[in-house]
Design a protein around this ligand. Structure first.
Ligand code: ARG
Length: 474
C-alpha cells in the first residue's frame, strides 16, 4: 500500500478497502496528462516565487525522466500505488529527494484529477474528431462517385421513390457533419483550466492561474473553484455526442447488413471486413457492421452511468466522481475503434449498381411521378393519386410494372394519359427531375457536394490550426 495521506491515521487501511478505493488500475491511462499538468504547475509556482528556479528545474527534469521511462517501458506503473498522482509524486521524491515533496504545493488531488480528466478528454475529443473527419471524407468521395447510381429509397422499409446512392450517403454526411460540429461546440465550452481550484476553495498562495491555463492550451482559468473540482458536464456532453455518433453508425450498419443480405445483394462487403462461419462454408458475414451496431449499447451505457452517478452529488468533490473514468475511457476507445473500422469497411464496399437500379425500377417507385404527370396535365392531385392507385392495382393483378402497361391500358383508366407517360415515369426522369436543394437529382446533389467541399476545407483548417471551438468567455 502506497498512499499520500497516512499522517492522521493510527491504523493501516484494510486491504479490501484499499483495493476498493484505489484507482490506479484505470487512472494510469492519463499518466501523460498528469505529468504535463504537473510540469505546468511547477513552472507557474516558480514564476510566482513559490519555488526557486533550481527546485523547478529539478522537479521538471525528474518528471520528464519518469515520463520517458514509462513510455520506454523501463518504469512500470505499479498497482501498489493508490492512484496515478501518488505514483508520480512518490517516484519523483524517490528520484530527486526533498525538492519532489514541493510538487504538490498549492494543489489538491481534486483540482489535479479535474485537470487530468479534462486534458485526457480534450485529447480524446480531438482524436475522435480526426477519425470522424476521415469518415466524412469517405462519404464525400462516395457522393462524388455515385451521383448517377440509382437505388430505391425506402419508407417503412418498403420501396418508396427512387433516389441515388449519393443522396443516400449524403444523408449520413449531414449527420456526421452535425456530429463534428457538436464536438467543436463541446471543445469551446470545456476548454477552461480547473487547476488552482485546490480542494474546493482555491488556495492562499498567489497562484497565477492564467499562466497555467495558457501553458496547457486552455482559453483561461475556470471561474468558480467549487464548480471546477466537481464539474463533469463536459464528459457527459461528450458521451452524449458520442452516443449520437454511435446511433448514426448503428443505423448505417443496419442498412449495410440489409443491403448485404442474400435478398438485397446491393453490396458486397470486402473480404478483409467480413468473417466466415465455423460450420457453414458458404457464409460471409457482416460481423464488423453487427459489432459496431452492438457496441452502441456500451456507449449509451457510459452516458447513463455518469448521468446517474452525478445526479445526487452535493458540492464539491465526492469520491463518487472517481466513477467518471472506467466506462468513459471504454466509450472513448470504443468510438475511436468503431469509426476507424466502419470507415475501412465503407471505403472497400463494392456497390452492385445494376442490382440497385433494377430494384429501383420495381416496386412502383415511380407511382408518385405518374400522379405528378396527371397533375401537370390538369388533374387535381387527389384525383391523380386515386387514378394511379387504380393503375397499381391493375399492374399487381397482372404482375407487371407501370412501364410495362400499354397506352390503351393507361387510357382505359384515364384518357389524360399520352405517349409521353413512359418518358415521365422512367427511372432516369424520376431522379433527374428532383432538383430542389436537398433532393436526389444530380444538379441538386452537385450543389451539395460543392457546399461540402467548402465545409471540408474549413474542417481541415480547424484540424491543422489552433482555432478549435468557440470560447464561452474571454
Ligand atoms: N482517484 C480520485 C478520483 O478519480 C482522485 C481524487 C482524489 N481526491 C480525494 N479527495 N480523495 O476522483
Amino acid at each position: 500500500m502506497a498512499q499520500l495521506w497516512g499522517g492522521r491515521f493510527t491504523k493501516e487501511t484494510d486491504q479490501l478497502v484499499y483495493n476498493f478505493n484505489a484507482s490506479i488500475t484505470f487512472d494510469r491511462k492519463f499518466y501523460r496528462q498528469d505529468m504535463e499538468g504537473s510540469i505546468a504547475h511547477v513552472k507557474m509556482l516558480a514564476a510566482a516565487g513559490i519555488l526557486t528556479g533550481e527546485e523547478r528545474d529539478l522537479i521538471i527534469e525528474g518528471i520528464q525522466g519518469i515520463l520517458h521511462d514509462v513510455e520506454e517501458g523501463t518504469l512500470e506503473i505499479s498497482d501498489t500505488f493508490e492512484d496515478i498522482h501518488s505514483f508520480v509524486e512518490a517516484t519523483l521524491i524517490d528520484r530527486i529527494g526533498d525538492a519532489g515533496k514541493k510538487l504538490h504545493t498549492g494543489r489538491s488531488r481534486n483540482d489535479q484529477v479535474a485537470l487530468d480528466m479534462k486534458l485526457y478528454t480534450r485529447d480524446e475529443l480531438m482524436a475522435i474528431r480526426r477519425e470522424l473527419l476521415e469518415l466524412i471524407k469517405t462519404c464525400h468521395q462516395l457522393m462524388k462517385d455515385h451521383v448517377d447510381t440509382a437505388m430505391p429509397g425506402f419508407t417503412h422499409l418498403q420501396k418508396a421513390q427512387p433516389v441515388t446512392l449519393a443522396h443516400h450517403i449524403g444523408a449520413y454526411m449531414e449527420m456526421f457533419k452535425r456530429d463534428h460540429s457538436r464536438l467543436n461546440d463541446i471543445y469551446g465550452r470545456m476548454n477552461y483550466c480547473p487547476l488552482g481550484s485546490g480542494a474546493l476553495a482555491g488556495t492562499t498562495y498567489p497562484l497565477d492561474r492564467e499562466m497555467t491555463a495558457s501553458l496547457l492550451g486552455f482559453y483561461g482559468p475556470t471561474l468558480n473553484s467549487m464548480d471546477s473540482v466537481s464539474d463533469r458536464d463536459y464528459v457527459i456532453e461528450l458521451l452524449s455526442a458520442l452516443s449520437i455518433i454511435m446511433m448514426h453508425l448503428s443505423r448505417f450498419c443496419e442498412e449495410i447488413i440489409i443491403w448485404n443480405s442474400n435478398e438485397y445483394r446491393f453490396i458486397e462487403i470486402d473480404d478483409a471486413y467480413s468473417t466466415g462461419s465455423s460450420i457453414m462454408p458458404q457464409k460471409k458475414n457482416p460481423d464488423i457492421a453487427e459489432l459496431v451496431r452492438g457496441k452502441t449499447g456500451r456507449v449509451y451505457g457510459a452516458l447513463n452511468s455518469l448521468l446517474t452517478t452525478m445526479k445526487g452529488i452535493p458540492l464539491a468533490y465526492n469520491k463518487d466522481m472517481q466513477e467518471d473514468k472506467e466506462l468513459t475511457f471504454d466509450a472513448y476507445d470504443t468510438v475511436k475503434g468503431c469509426l476507424a473500422l466502419f470507415n475501412g469497411m465503407l471505403k472497400t464496399i463494392t456497390f452492385r449498381k445494376d442490382i440497385m437500379a433494377q430494384s429501383a425500377r420495381n416496386g412502383f417507385t415511380n407511382a408518385t411521378d405518374a400522379a405528378d404527370y396527371l397533375v401537370n396535365h390538369g388533374v387535381p392531385f387527389r384525383d391523380a393519386h386515386s387514378i394511379v392507385g387504380q393503375l397499381v392495382l391493375y399492374c399487381l393483378d397482372r404482375q407487371i410494372s407501370l412501364d410495362e402497361m400499354s397506352l390503351p391500358e393507361y387510357q382505359a383508366i384515364s384518357p389524360v394519359f399520352g405517349e409521353d407517360i413512359y418518358e415521365a415515369i422512367s427511372l432516369r426522369t424520376c431522379i433527374d427531375k428532383r432538383n430542389t436543394i436537398g433532393a436526389p437529382g444530380p444538379e441538386a446533389i452537385r450543389k451539395v457536394i460543392a457546399i461540402n467541399d467548402q465545409w471540408l476545407e474549413k474542417a481541415d483548417l480547424v484540424e491543422h490550426g489552433d482555432s478549435l471551438g468557440t470560447p464561452l468567455y474571454e
